[in-house]
Design a protein around this ligand. Structure first.
Ligand code: NAD
Length: 248
């Protein structure tokens, strides 16, 4: 796959984002990681010292901080050729017990944070920019317990498609990955043993995906080989979205 230039990854200090950073470094791409978790950012800095990667602590909901960090990143590694919005938070709880404050916070990070990043990336882009936003199968199917998370991810899908429409004529492609259950730090905290049984049994491939499998799809959408793909939602879900009745 032909990926080049400088890619910014939010939530890049853990899980899917971290796997994407590693895969891009292997391709010789310069990477900037933005993540709210200071300790995880410091671990990234230690792990990749001397490589073409910069890691910054940054909250994607803070537009001033985002603008500052992206300007700094473009100064160090050149204008952006790619942006991957992986930063996200999730809570599982019944709708009637979901505090409004929690609902707001999940929308703020997952949806508004991605929008802030897309706008800021446009300011720092090269003549071409590929944006990959990470939604979820829960933004396309109504999974119980996920009223805020599902709404935020459905919003990510439509926001991305509107941006793909508005910016497609300006050298910007905007696509979406909808992961199914992926074995990451987020899911290890979120899913109980019973949840794992339910998700595994509802997934035709009968297993969780791994973070590298999502990173591979992200790299494809960033790459030159995907040069005419815009506004697309690519499920990386072991068949979860396409399944009807599943067999034992
Ligand atoms: P993860 O928890 O391992 O990584 C998420 C990262 O986002 C963390 O490092 C966290 O510090 C960072 N983050 C959270 N809030 C932030 C903020 N305000 N600003 C900057 N960084 C922030 O989780 P993951 O599983 O790798 O998830 C990556 C993305 O994939 C998320 O958007 C998640 O919703 C989505 N997703 C994951 C799965 C799954 O099964 N793991 C399924 C569907 C979608």
């Amino acid at each position: 796959m032909t990926v080049s230039g400088h890619v910014v990854i939010t939530g890049g200090a853990s899980g899917i984002g971290e796997a994407t950073a590693v895969a891009l470094l292997d391709e010789g791409v310069a990477v900037t990681v933005l993540d709210a978790d200071r300790d995880a950012v410091m671990r990234m800095e230690d792990r990749f010292e001397g490589e073409d990667i910069a890691a910054f602590t940054c909250d994607v909901t803070d537009e001033d901080e985002v603008a500052e960090r992206l300007a700094e990143a473009a100064g160090a590694f050149g204008p952006l050729t790619g942006l991957v919005n992986c930063a996200g938070i999730a809570r599982d709880m019944p709708a009637e017990k979901t505090p409004v404050e929690t609902f707001r916070q999940i929308l703020d990070v997952n949806l508004t944070g991605s929008f802030i990043m897309c706008q800021a990336a446009l300011e720092q882009m090269d003549d071409r920019l590929s944006i990959v936003n990470i939604a979820s199968v829960s933004g396309l199917r109504a999974n119980a317990g996920r009223v805020a998370y599902g709404a935020s991810k459905a919003g990510v899908v439509m926001m991305s498609q509107v941006l793909a429409n508005e910016w497609g004529g300006h050298g910007v492609r905007v696509n979406v990955i909808a992961p199914g259950p992926i074995d990451s730090p987020m899911v290890r905290t979120l899913h109980t043993a019973d949840d794992r049984k339910v998700w595994t049994s509802r997934t035709p491939m009968r297993r969780y995906g791994n973070v590298g499998e999502v990173a591979n799809a992200i790299l494809f959408l960033l790459s030159e080989e995907a040069s005419y793909i815009n506004g697309h939602v690519l499920a990386v879900d072991g068949g979860f979205l396409s399944a009807g009745i599943t067999t034992e």
